[in-house]
Write a protein that binds this ligand. Structure first.
Ligand code: ZN
Ligand code: ZN
Length: 367
């Protein structure tokens, strides 16, 4: 497939919709635009909800869109109902609800051939490079991107949590968490909390979450998380005490900052695994003694990027939607802010200037 064919809709419905678009850095508005019409294998989704990702804030206010393509409808954490399909797509999809895998891989680079789509060397992406989910409707390249929900018990808000929840699941899988292990997660944002929940689903014994911001630590504690406020307590000491001096089997670093990485190394057991999940935003520095511990303890340092979508060994997206559908994975209690499209630019502004503090913020469509 050629990427360019997805960059802009080739047909439109005789209808208008609201869409929140970035026009230039710092200019994010709720606009009225034409509703695209699916052609070929494309499907048209009526968006039920779309989460605000941490990466959307710099996309609006500091860095701009990936290819500096404007105006662009952003939002990549979404789900909804298929309302129309192109002539080459299965008409039985109409009426089905599900989440959308927003990555559009090239399909022919080495990584794509191996099924490692997240590492594709030339990808497109709904919500950062092509129009995404902060709109009433979103055009999706094909049914390949659609992850169906089992039934109405999987709400639109749950479907919109699928993307970050699957990133959290991927970190726990790559950490090779097995029953009985002790796990530490750094960072009590939505992905950190969901990683701690996956660790429990995967059979971990103790799952300790470390958070330096007291308000976030308090929120996590209220939501059933075994959290250590590391601004008040010595995290490494707590982990050592609670693991009989051994250290955690798997440590998931979700903050991307040096002091946390250093502590992650310190509280990991000999031959344990440190998973690097948090995206760094500046140079990472660790202490000499911490660097030495990586060698002396023969730690396994495992980076992760996004999630695994190929069917083999397992499509993590399908597993997330399934586990949300059964109620095993709880996600909607982490949504602290909801908005319609008209209110979304102001909500994002508040997140950017820190006048509001969120766990998860989300666009939720009017019923
Ligand atoms: Zn995201
Ligand atoms: Zn590729």
């Amino acid at each position: 497939m050629e990427l360019d064919e997805y960059l802009s809709p080739s047909a439109y419905r005789d209808e208008e919709m609201k869409a929140c678009r970035v026009h230039k850095i710092g200019d994010f508005e709720c606009d009225t635009v034409r509703v695209p019409k699916p052609v070929g294998k494309q499907i048209l989704l009526k968006v039920e909800a779309c989460g605000v990702c941490g990466s959307d804030i710099p996309r609006i206010f500091t860095l701009g869109t990936s290819r500096q393509r404007y105006p662009l409808t952003i939002g990549h954490e979404f789900g909804g109902e298929v309302v129309e399909v192109g002539p080459d797509a299965d008409p039985a999809l109409v009426g089905q609800r599900g989440a959308v895998f927003p990555l559009i891989p090239c399909g022919h680079c080495d990584q794509c051939v191996a099924g490692d789509y997240a590492m594709c060397s030339d990808y497109d992406y709904l919500g950062s490079r092509s129009d995404g989910g902060f709109a009433e409707y979103c055009l999706v390249p094909s049914a390949w991107h659609f992850v169906p929900a089992s039934g109405p018990e999987t709400t639109g808000e749950m479907l919109a949590m699928t993307e970050p929840c699957t990133v959290a699941q991927h970190a726990v899988r790559k950490g090779e968490v097995v029953p009985g292990m002790n796990v530490v997660v750094f960072g009590a944002g939505p992905i950190g909390i969901m990683a701690s929940r996956w660790a429990r689903i995967f059979g971990a014994d103790q799952v300790i979450v470390s958070e330096v911001v007291s308000a976030k630590a308090a929120f996590a504690a209220e939501h059933g998380v075994d959290v250590v406020d590391s601004s008040k307590e010595d995290l490494v000491k707590v982990v050592m005490e609670r693991t009989g001096g051994k250290g955690a089997d798997v440590v998931i670093e979700g903050t991307g900052v040096g002091p946390a990485l250093g502590q992650a190394i310190e509280c990991c057991r000999t031959k344990g695994t440190v998973v690097l999940m948090g995206t760094p935003s500046r140079d990472t520095t660790i202490k000499l003694g911490q660097h030495s511990q990586i060698l002396r303890k023969e730690l396994r340092i495992q980076g992760i990027w996004n999630s695994h979508y190929a069917a083999t060994p397992i499509n993590e997206w399908h597993y997330t939607v399934e586990q949300m559908g059964t109620g095993a994975m709880q996600v909607t209690d982490l949504i602290t802010h909801r908005s319609d499209l008209e209110g979304l630019p102001a909500l994002c502004q508040g997140i950017y200037d820190r006048s509001i503090s969120i766990c998860k913020a989300m666009y939720v469509a009017k019923q």
